[in-house]
Design a binder for this molecule. Structure first.
Ligand code: PMV
Length: 343
């Protein structure tokens, strides 16, 4: 991907980008700096292929306020977060034009499908082009991180690691690609068990966990070993090893959050049934494992030849409303049809 804007995009200060959500296999949970959105641990993820956010942004000196439309409707609830992201872009460009942001998702928003990751990655890539900033991918990852932690990872495709970093200013906490999607083309089957927005967002959940969970320090202390194991599994394309460490990281994150006061329980009955089903399939020799984020959807990661059987097994479970299958995808990028977005 080139971050170089076309002259048309430059002139109109308008651009459109697409990004895909990512799913962490080694989870991020907890912030060491709230303002800069710095994590207490590193994390490792896969970027998806067929779920996407498309975001168009237009900076316009004639506007007197930012506006945000999601799926064609004004979303004033999210506007503050979007405006904060626009402020970061404006500060880099040294301008103060307000902007109109129009975004659409082809999947449910805010229900544990990482819509904030794809949403803010798309906004940073579009904003970078619209303002002619010409930022490197590393800089775009850092800016995306400040809007939503996991968005740092959706700048890249395939297998991605987001470093915790140690610097107070966050300049070493960014994502980098580890392996292209094509290098190990696993598939992901998402079992959607609720289409409602989650009750407790990840920032609130992380803060409550850090303040009250007795397991917070153990979580931090054990993360590097999990990352080492996962990197080795990737290097060797060792599915069993990746399955074991990914389920461990997922269950450890949920155990940490469950032990907060009050406990954070993101699963419903169908989520738990899906976990048992995935484990039974693996015990029967099907190459599949699960992971779950701060919501009730279960993501089953499998080898390509197992995807149809995994999807069929999850579809049968009562409470599974829908099953979505996807491969692993590429990085966030400008949408090529510039004429559509240029005035
Ligand atoms: O980026 P956020 O603030 O939406 O947090 C994401 C947290 C998890 O999805 C639960 C884990 C992860 O690493 O993506």
């Amino acid at each position: 991907m080139s971050s170089k804007p076309t002259p048309d995009i430059d002139r109109t200060r308008r651009a459109q980008a697409q990004a895909q959500p990512n799913i962490a296999l080694i989870k991020y949970w907890g912030k060491r700096d709230l303002a800069l959105n710095l994590p207490v641990v590193g994390s490792l993820s896969i970027t998806l292929e067929s779920l996407w956010t498309r975001t168009a942004v237009q900076f316009d000196p004639a506007l007197d306020a930012d506006t945000f439309l999601l799926d064609g409707r004004r979303d004033d609830g999210q506007l503050r977060r979007v405006a904060k992201c626009l402020d970061l872009l404006r500060a880099r460009a040294g301008v103060d034009y307000r902007a109109k942001v129009e975004s659409s998702n082809n999947f449910p928003t805010g229900a544990g499908l990482a819509s904030s990751a794809s949403g803010f990655a798309a906004l940073i890539v579009a904003g970078n082009a619209a303002l002619g900033l010409n930022l490197s991918l590393a800089e775009q990852s850092i800016l995306a991180r400040r809007c939503s932690g996991s968005a740092a990872r959706s700048i890249f495709g395939g297998y991605v690691e987001w470093s915790c970093g140690t610097r107070a200013d966050g300049t070493d906490s960014l994502a980098r690609p580890l392996l292209d999607a094509d290098a190990w083309p696993l598939r992901v089957v998402v079992a959607i068990t609720s289409k409602k927005e989650k009750a407790i967002g990840s920032t609130e959940g992380m803060n409550r966990t850090a303040d009250t969970s007795p397991y917070q320090q153990a979580w931090i202390d054990s993360q590097e070993a999990d990352l080492v194991t996962a990197r080795a599994a990737l290097a060797q394309r060792d599915f069993e090893a990746l399955a074991d460490i990914s389920e461990h990281s997922c269950l450890k994150m949920h155990a940490l959050a469950l032990a907060a006061k009050p406990g954070l329980l993101y699963w419903n009955a169908a989520t738990v049934d899906c976990m048992h089903r995935v484990r039974a399939l693996r015990a029967a020799g099907v190459p599949v494992f699960f992971t779950i984020d701060a919501g009730p959807q279960l993501k089953a990661v499998c080898e390509p030849q197992a995807a149809a059987a995994v999807a069929a097994a999850l579809r049968e479970i009562p409470g599974v409303l829908d099953v979505v299958e996807t491969g692993l995808g590429g990085p966030a990028q400008l949408i090529a049809a510039h004429q559509q977005v240029a005035a």
